[in-house]
Design a protein around this ligand. Sequence first.
Ligand SMILES: Cc1ncc(COP(=O)(O)O)c(C=O)c1O
Length: 365
Amino acid sequence: MPHIKLFIPGPVEISDSVRKAFGGPMIGHRGKGFQDLYARVQPGLRKLFQTQQPVFLGTGSAWSVMEASLRNLVQKKVLVCMNGAFSDKWFDVAQKCGKQAGKVQVEWGQAIKPEAIDRELAQGGYDALTLIHHETSTGVLSPLPAIAKLVRSKYPDVLLIVDTVSSFSVLPIPFDELGLDVMLCGTQKALALPPGAALFSVSERAYQRAEKINDRGYYYDFLEFRKQAESNMTPCTPSISHLYALEVKLAEIEKEGITKRHERHRKNAERGRAWLQVNGFEVFPEKGYESLSLTCGKNTQGIDVAKWIAWLKENHGAIFDGGYGKLKGQTFRVSHMGDETEKGMEELWGRLSEGLKKIGSRPCG
Ligand SMILES: Cc1ncc(COP(=O)(O)O)c(C=O)c1O
């Protein structure tokens, strides 16, 4: 079957070098070869996380660490910031884990603002907060630095658990400087690695909390991760293939230069928004909080998005996304995460314009 190029918001395309590395020969996870590999990826990861803390590899997708953060760190009550499919679900997951949970909830497409968090935290009783930095379902980037500043200055006992699944490596997120307590990302989004693993880092403050919680579970006990990392190992048999691929990816990021990588994402996002405007669509996310990882358009022309995607697949062997969950058909999302170049995206925008004409819409550009 020919490969269909992915412009969906994850999994995204992986480079040939990453694919090759992923298929590398197996080694024992309790041997020196593994310990050396684990140690080799640490400096690059800590540089990207901007932290002095170890960065762990979790063998499980992002949700594994999202759930684990609740189990390891919530003793009293968690405030769940909800503005899209993934952040809404985090509330259900908290309840399924038997945790008390409160909400700051806004319409899909809106950002989470520090003022709303402040109002809720001021009620008292909370000891943790979950935030999705970039809500992939809507393309909204919430103002993490302002939120972190508020929580760290006014609510020192509230741990900040931040999902950077689709924003990590798209823009700088300085874990230590912002005073975050957990920062996690998956592998299949902006890092452009195969799915099935997650990376995360934990603050000293969070370890201290975890020490007081007995039912942290087994598979994702943060204290066990820390202990094993001291000898460059993981608690259980990890996805060694992901570590091989990660090592190659970190070298690719270093070669491109992290600032240039951020700049490339910013330019692709700006170009995406300009394309929407020229073609008569609105930008779905709230103004000022637009994604840098993907372009989320509002289907203001009422076109048949499924037909448009089918046209692109049939004629150019590529797909994008036709709206998440309740936004299906009302929005569409074109990802430019990972390795997508300005040139490659330019080609895609041209094809999307062509597709609009072919399916009989009234585009202008
Ligand atoms: C922001 C965000 N958080 C969490 C998840 C869940 O990731 P996974 O399915 O890899 O566990 C996703 C998946 O798209 C996401 O976009």
